[in-house]
Design a protein around this ligand. Structure first.
Ligand code: FE2
Length: 618
């Protein structure tokens, strides 16, 4: 079969682009990583260009552009981008809403529920052609893919399963809030389309919003807060009357706007954590009942899932525990940010029959050469430090000595040897002979380390190439990270990276579960005897959301092996390399800037170690 090159694009919430050739996903990136505006909305011009640049691809060689979602609401925001921008700013609390207009809100929800029609399809098609032209893609054929088909294709084709029930659940897209499919013989057959009017995703979005958190962004906080509630018996939980599953339908007595009002009426009677608990419970039981019924009717035993609702790792854990379920695979870029990949795979499935992709890692973003890194370092030499001195100088300073005279953990207790540092702009740096070993030593000594190496990850999680790393067993470090760096709420846990072979000793998981979900998409229960070792990376309910590291990232694996030599197990805290409100860092320049802005002391840029001399040692 001739390998066709498909460029997938998504121009909504968390816009992005992806490049597929034959059965390989070559490159993918979200626009936010390039514009530096978190969860960027709009046409992903930078991401498309990055796809072409990475592959050295002449736009004329793109065989097909695949895009998704042509419903009237999406089409309207394409034609009037101001609407999308305004919603983006209000949602992210950058702009105050102009008065509470219930009619406007009701209209918005009802409008977003409408399915595509001939006019919306034609208008979206014409709009996209105009936007593709300046990128040299004006002549490329365009395939439009249904929103939930795109989610489903990504889950099915990356699952590695020959046969599975494929489930998508999200807020809304193309008139649906979800779908159920049978994936077999390399084909996806629709079992049930779930109308947008009654949506588990919108339900949880309302809950998030009512708790004064940002919908489409803070749903994980609701899930985390739920763990701090006194359990309420299900019979006393009034939210079960708001939404649920009946057979293969999602049912509610309310429209989506009436549901908001109903939830508001219930909210005032309960403390926040109680409300979060009740909502989480309804989501878990409702979605699990829907999936269980679909499994019963189809006789299938494997589940592949995508859509924003499956960012809820507690729900995912519940699905894995359903009787008779053999495997569960959650597509790791499950939200709309993964739709560029999904659209490309859906079109490649339909047109070229490609139904399986190996996805051994998610390092699918840009790479930076040693010359790029050297340039980022050299740019610091041209800056002035705070004292106004020029920095065009290089100095040697003895390894192990701090400017204040203390002994740096860099010495590692070894004999201080004269190592040549480059000093400039309040920073100093040198090559590390063994970056994984040196990083592990710093981490074990209680330091927080910024770790930048190789191609950037796609998706919502840092997976070992753009990470903030620390010991797994320290609540102090966790609190410091939460408050100072991440400005996260105290109840939101951090996650561990662990060697895949050490996972069975740390958590309760079958080999299949470890193999199916290595990318922080599933909650697992920590073994009671390992709770102290993982004190900084567990939820209060004793679960965690781990990354399992195999052979896909040798340097990161090496680091974990050094940690194992000291702690007995290869496990560390790993959180995304960004500061509050910013996307994951992409380039070496951004990494250095964050070292300076964050007040953290150590950054590894590939094999370079950089130290921020202005960092506070606490
Ligand atoms: Fe979606």
């Amino acid at each position: 079969m001739q390998k066709r090159t498909v460029l997938g694009i998504w121009d909504g919430h968390d816009a992005g682009a992806a490049l597929v050739t034959g059965d390989r996903l070559l490159f993918a990136i979200n626009e936010e990583r390039l514009t530096r505006r978190k969860l960027e909305v709009g046409f992903p011009a930078c991401a498309i260009q990055a796809c072409l640049d990475f592959a050295g691809l002449n736009p004329a060689r793109v065989d097909l552009v695949a895009a998704s979602t042509t419903d009237p609401a999406k089409t309207l925001t394409r034609l009037v981008p101001r609407l999308k921008e305004e919603y983006y700013l209000i949602r992210r609390r950058k702009l105050a809403p102009r008065g509470a207009d219930p009619f406007k809100k009701a209209f918005k929800y009802r409008f977003t529920e409408l399915a595509p029609n001939a006019a919306s399809r034609a208008l979206s098609r014409a709009w996209l052609k105009r936007r593709l032209g300046p990128l040299g893609l004006g002549a490329a054929p365009v395939a439009w893919v249904d929103h939930h088909f795109a989610h489903a294709a990504a889950a099915a084709c990356c699952s590695g399963f020959a046969e599975a029930l494929v489930v998508t659940l999200d807020g809304v897209g193309d008139g649906r809030c979800g779908s159920l499919w049978r994936f077999a013989d390399g084909r996806l057959a629709l079992i049930r389309a779930l109308p947008a009017r009654t949506s588990f995703g919108i339900f949880f979005e309302h809950v998030t919003n009512l708790m004064n958190m940002r919908e489409l962004e803070d749903e994980g906080k609701v899930m985390a807060l739920a763990n701090y509630a006194y359990p309420i018996p299900d019979e006393e939980n009034p939210l079960f009357a708001v939404i649920g599953a009946d057979g293969l339908d999602v049912v509610s007595p309310h429209t989506s706007t009436a549901m908001f009002r109903e939830l508001k009426k219930i909210l005032w009677r309960y403390p926040s954590e109680q409300f979060a608990y009740m909502a989480q419970r309804v989501l878990e039981r409702g979605a699990a009942a829907l999936v269980a019924e679909a499994l019963r009717r189809t006789g299938l035993k494997k589940i592949a899932a995508a859509g924003g609702v499956f960012s809820n790792i507690k729900l995912n854990m519940r699905l894995a525990g359903l009787p008779g379920v053999e495997n569960v695979y959650i597509f790791p870029h499950m939200g709309d940010g993964g739709l560029a990949i999904g659209a490309a795979m859906a079109a490649n499935l339909e047109r070229n029959g490609v139904s399986a992709y190996a996805l051994p890692h998610l390092y699918l973003g840009p790479d930076f050469s040693p010359a790029d890194i050297a340039a980022a370092l050299d740019s610091r030499l041209r800056r002035k430090d705070k004292g106004g001195q020029g920095n065009d100088r290089r100095e040697a300073s003895p390894e192990g000595m701090q400017p204040g005279g203390g002994v740096s953990p860099l010495s590692g207790g070894q004999e201080a040897a004269a190592v040549s540092w480059v000093l400039a702009d309040g920073l100093r740096w040198r090559r590390s002979a063994d970056a994984p070993a040196e990083a592990a030593r710093l981490i074990l000594s209680g330091e927080i380390v910024l770790w930048f190496r190789g191609r950037m990850e796609i998706g919502p999680r840092a997976l070992g190439n753009r990470g903030i790393l620390a010991r797994p067993d320290s609540r102090d470090i966790k609190d410091r990270l939460n408050v100072v760096l991440k400005k996260r709420v105290w109840y939101q846990p951090f996650c561990p990276s662990m060697l895949a072979e050490d996972a069975p000793a740390l958590i309760e998981a079958t080999p299949a579960a470890i193999a199916d979900n290595p990318f922080m998409t599933m909650a697992f229960r920590v073994r009671p005897e390992r709770l102290p070792l993982m004190a900084g990376v567990i939820n209060i309910d004793g679960t965690c959301r781990p990354q399992f590291v195999g052979d896909e990232n040798p340097a990161y694996r090496d680091l974990l092996r050094h940690v194992r030599a000291a702690l007995g197990y290869g496990v560390i805290l790993n959180t995304s390399f960004n500061i509050h409100g910013e996307p994951l860092v992409c380039s070496p320049d951004e990494a250095v800037r964050m070292l300076v802005d964050s007040g953290i002391r150590y950054l590894f840029l590939d094999d370079w170690l950089m130290e921020n001399l202005h960092a506070k040692m606490d």
